[in-house]
Design a protein around this ligand. Structure first.
Ligand SMILES: Nc1nc2c(c(=O)[nH]1)N[C@H]1C(S)=C(S)[C@@H](COP(=O)(O)OP(=O)(O)OC[C@H]3O[C@@H](n4cnc5c(=O)[nH]c(N)nc54)[C@H](O)[C@@H]3O)O[C@H]1N2
Ligand SMILES: Nc1nc2c(c(=O)[nH]1)N[C@H]1C(S)=C(S)[C@@H](COP(=O)(O)OP(=O)(O)OC[C@H]3O[C@@H](n4cnc5c(=O)[nH]c(N)nc54)[C@H](O)[C@@H]3O)O[C@H]1N2
Ligand code: SF4
Ligand SMILES: [Mo]
Length: 701
């Protein structure tokens, strides 16, 4: 295996690199294969390390690193053919300037110099006229790399631009962590669990490498694995038991289990009292939740509630592996608190492999590369919740309004709640929008200037993780295609044009990433090793500090606005990574058409047939789908996996066009708490749009 020598400029034409490669690999003949260490950039809990195989200057394959304890030689159904993404015929490889109306996707190529000059000129003019807070960076986790995700922030901080906080992923987890809830431990320790509750997480689709450790627990300890999910997922099918509870009833089930544990003397009260500040309130809140009452709300048998509680209390230890999907509702934090309360009552945190596991991170200073210290002295620019982009871009009362927007690593026209309002904002003629991308996404269609970004095979980067404790390096396997540039290079190109001359603006991509490493780990070591595990001490619950009682009584699922409406869940697709890959032919073929799962009874009540084309609609919008009648989803709920692009129109199932602008108190968008009607497709789209408008006016105050 070959690695780049440290300190070498990252152009693969570099003679030193090639000499080093020939030297170390002992091969030089044209046509031979060389290998380059890298890692998957995507927003997935596994952060796999890979080996890129390069032949004649072209990456021919990526393979999971065999000796990585998580990756174990396997990538996933999304990423196995990652080179197809890099070499995709529809890849953006040149800067573009808009020539048609916003949203039309009509562009013409321009040079990098012209593009950077135009951006700098517009941003400077906006800052001079309206103040720098009229500029807004908007980024998410298309790449989780220190360079690709973080470096461009330096420009905005140094300008004193508005800031974007919050998130659209695991916000309730993060909000709960801020209140002291521990959220996780080393996931490899799951191998020591005796009972594993997979609570609203679809591991075999969303982070399948975590399954290794579950299987290990089964082998070592005969551990039982129970899935709690309204959908019989790929994961549920591989568990010992599937508890198909109604969506939004998790806190109710947790309360019922807690009540049984308390009533039967199974709770570890000494431990609970030692770590919990409001145990008495918790005991009081769960007291009314008899198994019968819980069972009725959750749609499961009362005996199941009792048995789950007994099994959970008896296991030494048990773990609740909590998913992001289960907290994507207005009651997200209540869910997180409820499962933590259970784990504390069970005493599980005291044992290796016990407690709650939602997030695990290596010791990497992920925010440092953004250099918030560059914000001009004495200034504290306003912070917008990035999950409210639609509001931010359309709020008439903002002073100043946002006039300059730069988007990278995210596709807000698809992934944001209330995506219709986001599109309305992006369509504003008085908004100058720059989007840095790989493909012409729904968001790119609204851009004034489009900048082509390198993919993971073409740039250097360092990644942390949110599902394990490894820091990973990504070495460039080939030179950038076309005119694509890394975000570090874009930063270095824009900075002088914007009049920014801080030394941080001249740092190389390696320097940007290296600054995030923890003390004791240098880049040369990481590059040599490929990945490094940074051990973190397990969460020690000390002092009676946790507040675990429900805030306003046990959270109940909201009732649908009308009897005809069903609760729509929008879980992750197996072959897409959020909206990434939805444009790639192999992944799209494998995923099939946008499909809405509904029970036979709910379909019969609406006169709908299997495989029929349907409209899914509410007051916000209408989208097409193909109906699948199945008992794999619970009654009263429907599920539409995947984040699809608007085109082709007959498959433009952008579910967030139906997602209300509704957030938990901590800011979690309610992606799994959308209420919809489903009707047959005999009504044309025009009729549906009119019906939707009528729904909206009926709902208006
Ligand atoms: N293949 C694939 N992998 C991915 C992604 C992807 O898009 N595709 N995305 C990545 C990202 S960004 C993330 S955050 C993770 C997310 O990983 P997960 O949390 O595993 O993914 P989700 O599918 O969002 O949600 C998990 C499950 O929650 C269930 N659910 C919905 N509502 C409720 C509820 O009220 N209660 C309970 N108990 N369950 C509920 C859904 O049916 C779903 O099966 O996956 C990552 N990995
Ligand atoms: N209805 C509904 N909405 C959801 C969710 C849901 O389950 N249901 N899930 C939510 C969750 S958990 C998340 S994390 C978010 C995810 O939302 P996003 O972070 O927006 O994820 P993607 O849709 O994958 O879009 C990432 C974009 O970044 C681009 N990209 C990748 N790498 C790079 C790079 O190196 N440079 C640049 N410039 N661009 C790059 C990709 O091409 C892609 O278009 O969506 C949220 N929205
Ligand atoms: S998406 Fe996740 S499972 Fe797939 S290669 Fe990337 S990190 Fe691994
Ligand atoms: Mo996410």
């Amino acid at each position: 295996m070959t690695v780049l020598p440290s300190g070498c400029k990252l152009s693969l034409g570099c003679a030193r690199v090639q000499a080093a490669r020939r030297g170390r690999a002992g091969r030089s003949a044209v046509g031979e294969m060389r290998t380059v260490k890298g890692c998957c950039p995507l927003d997935c809990q596994d952060t796999c390390s890979w080996v890129a195989e390069v032949e004649q200057g072209r990456v021919v394959a990526v393979r999971g690193a065999k000796d990585h304890p998580f990756t174990r030689g396997v990538l996933c159904a999304k990423v196995n053919d990652y080179p197809m993404r890099t070499y995709a015929p529809d890849r953006l490889l040149h800067p573009l300037r808009r020539v048609g109306p916003k949203g039309s996707g009509q562009f013409e190529p321009i040079s990098w110099d012209a593009a950077l000059d135009l951006i700098a000129q517009r941003f400077k003019a906006i800052a001079a006229t309206h103040g720098p807070e009229a500029l807004l960076p908007h980024r998410y986790l298309g790449s989780m790399g220190m360079v690709q995700c973080r470096s461009l922030m330096r420009l905005f901080h140094a300008l004193g631009a508005s800031r974007a906080g919050g998130g659209i992923c695991a916000v309730s987890f993060v909000a709960s962590a801020a209140e002291g809830l521990p959220l996780g431990f080393d996931p490899e320790d799951i191998a020591d669990s005796r009972l594993i509750l997979l609570w609203g997480v679809n591991i075999l689709t969303t982070c399948h490498h975590h399954w290794h450790f579950i299987q290990e627990a089964r082998r070592r300890h005969n551990a039982r694995v129970i899935c709690l999910d309204p959908v019989r997922t790929r994961t549920a099918r591989q568990c010992d038991e599937h508890v198909a509870l109604r969506p939004g009833t998790d806190a109710v089930l947790a309360a019922g289990m807690a009540r049984v544990m308390l009533e039967e003397g199974l709770a570890d009260l000494d431990h609970a009292r030692a770590v919990c500040a409001d145990l008495d309130a918790l005991v009081q809140e769960v007291a009314p939740w008899t198994p019968a009452r819980v069972a009725e709300l959750c749609g499961i048998a009362p005996e199941t509630v009792v048995r789950l509680a007994r099994e959970f209390a008896a296991a030494r230890p048990a773990v609740i592996r909590a998913g992001v999907g289960a907290q994507q509702s207005v009651q997200g934090e209540e869910f997180v608190r409820a499962v933590h309360a259970l784990a504390v009552l069970g005493g599980h945190w005291q044992h290796r492999g016990g407690g709650v596991l939602a997030i695990a991170r290596p010791d990497l200073n992920q925010l440092y590369p953004e250099r918030a210290d560059l914000i001009p002295a004495g200034k504290s620019p306003r912070v917008f919740d990035m999950a409210r982009l639609g509001e931010t871009l359309t709020d008439p009362g903002l002073d100043p309004p946002i006039h300059g927007l730069m988007v990278w690593g995210t596709n807000p026209a698809v992934v944001q709640p209330d995506a219709g309002r986001v599109r309305e904002g992006l369509a504003r003629e008085d908004l100058f929008t720059v989007v840095v991308e790989h493909f012409l996404t729904d968001t790119v269609r609204f851009a004034d200037v489009v900048l082509p970004s390198t993919t993971q095979l073409e740039h250097f980067d360092v990644l942390g993780a949110w599902g394990h404790h490894y820091i990973s390096v990504n070495l460039p396997a080939v030179a950038p295609l076309g005119e694509a540039r890394s975000h570090g290079e874009i930063m270095r190109g824009l900075a002088p044009r914007l009049g920014l001359d801080h030394p941080a603006m001249r740092e190389s991509d390696e320097e940007i990433a290296a600054a995030a490493l923890p003390p004791g780990l240098d880049l040369a070591t990481l590059k040599q090793a490929g990945w490094v595990k940074t051990t973190r001490p397990p969460a020690k619950l000390v002092g009676a500090e946790l507040r675990l009682a429900p805030r306003d009584g046990v959270a109940l699922p909201p009732a649908p606005p009308s009897a005809r409406m069903l609760r729509l869940m929008t879980p992750k697709a197996h072959f897409f990574l959020n909206s990434s890959f939805a444009n790639q032919p192999r992944q799209r073929r494998a995923e099939g058409r946008p499909t809405l799962d509904m029970t036979p009874a709910d379909a019969a009540a609406r006169g709908l047939r299997d495989s029929e084309a349907v409209w899914v609609r509410n007051a916000r919008g209408v989208i097409p789908a193909t109906l699948r009648i199945t008992d794999a989803v619970v009654a009263g709920a429907v599920s539409l996996p995947g984040k699809w692009w608007s085109l082709p129109e007959d498959q433009g199932a952008v579910s967030n066009l139906l997602c209300p602008g509704a957030w938990s108190p901590g800011g979690q968008p309610a992606f799994n708490e959308i209420f919809v009607e489903v009707v047959g497709a005999e009504a044309g789209r025009a009729d549906m749009t009119a019906a939707t408008a009528a729904l909206a006016s009926a709902e208006a105050p």
